[in-house]
Design a protein around this ligand. Structure first.
Ligand SMILES: [Zn+2]
Length: 300
């Protein structure tokens, strides 16, 4: 008898690699669902995306989804009959790690060293990581190698990227958003994010990129699209600050009208300008004799 797993290996592996090579995407709706991306990697979620990696020795869950983790728990039990061994947290934002503590009875929580204070201080509804790392960590489970990468502060000071090289999958919630730009850059380290976006765009062994909000998989082009917008906002705001323009003037001038294909509302662009200004205000010291700025960042 052919078991489902070997059937997958026999019939689908070839089609998958051909699809991945041609940039074929996997799509889903906002209905609660589990969607297989590759032999071992699955997306799950509702309006958001999280991921799990199922192996013969156990499951690695990456991120959570509010009010849906008991459902996931029973789905995993009935489908795989192996325990969840690790719960990896991409970053501390509540929506992305919600209810991950439902696996605390069998799993070890893993995250970047910076994540724990945020989880404790903000009373996040999530597993509290017991295992933490600084730059890079690898998990080997059931013959599948999962690489956890920290590229410095980007979207939060604790964001990590989850890479399954043998299956070409990279999970980058809130960072592989492409032209669907983040609502704000409040806790974004803009300069290091620009660097990390390029690193991820050219990371080898990636054919499928999973973001945290999209309705389909994407590709590494998403990092370059975000990079183009972020670099432009940064350059335009900085140039005007150096010229001595006020935030009110910069808000009027930097409209990002030439990025119409990114479909950003004017209200959202204003928040991009404001949060970029905040970041750059901490970045530079005006030259004596040149245009000056108030020492305290002006607020509305
Ligand atoms: Zn986030």
């Amino acid at each position: 008898m052919i078991r489902p797993r070997s059937l997958w290996a026999a019939c689908c592996a070839l089609a998958l690699s051909a699809g991945a090579a041609s940039g074929q995407t996997v799509k889903w709706t906002t209905e609660r669902s589990i969607n297989r991306l590759t032999e071992h990697v699955y997306r799950f979620g509702t309006t958001q995306n999280a991921m799990f990696i199922a192996t013969s020795e156990g499951i690695i869950v990456v991120d959570g989804d509010c009010n849906n983790m008991q459902w996931l728990r029973s789905e995993l039990q009935s489908r795989f009959k192996v325990p969840v061994k690790y719960v990896v947290l991409s970053h501390d934002h509540q929506g992305h790690i919600c209810d991950t503590h439902v696996f605390a009875d069998t799993a070890v929580g893993i995250g970047h060293v910076n994540i724990r204070p945020h989880i404790v201080r903000e009373k996040r509804q999530a597993i509290v990581p017991q295992v933490m790392f600084e730059d890079r960590m690898e998990i080997e489970l059931g013959g599948v190698r999962v690489v956890l990468l920290y590229l410095g502060p980007t979207h939060s000071d604790n964001m990590i990227y989850v890479h399954v090289p043998s299956e070409g999958v990279l999970f980058a919630p809130d960072f592989a958003r492409g032209r669907n730009i983040l609502p704000d850059f409040r806790d974004l380290d803009i300069h290091n994010a620009l660097k990390a976006l390029r690193t991820l765009a050219y990371l080898p062994d990636v054919t499928i990129v999973l973001e945290g909000h999209d309705r389909s998989t994407t590709t590494q082009q998403a990092f370059l699209d975000f990079h183009r917008y972020l670099q432009a906002v940064r350059d335009r705001v900085l140039e005007r600050m150096v010229a001595g323009k006020t935030l009110a003037e910069i808000r009027k001038e930097v409209t990002m009208d030439d990025f119409k294909d990114y479909n950003q509302s004017s209200a959202r662009v204003l928040v991009h300008v404001d949060t970029t200004y905040d970041y750059l205000w901490r970045y530079r010291e005006p030259t004596v004799g040149g245009p000056q700025m108030p020492v305290r960042a002006p607020r509305d």
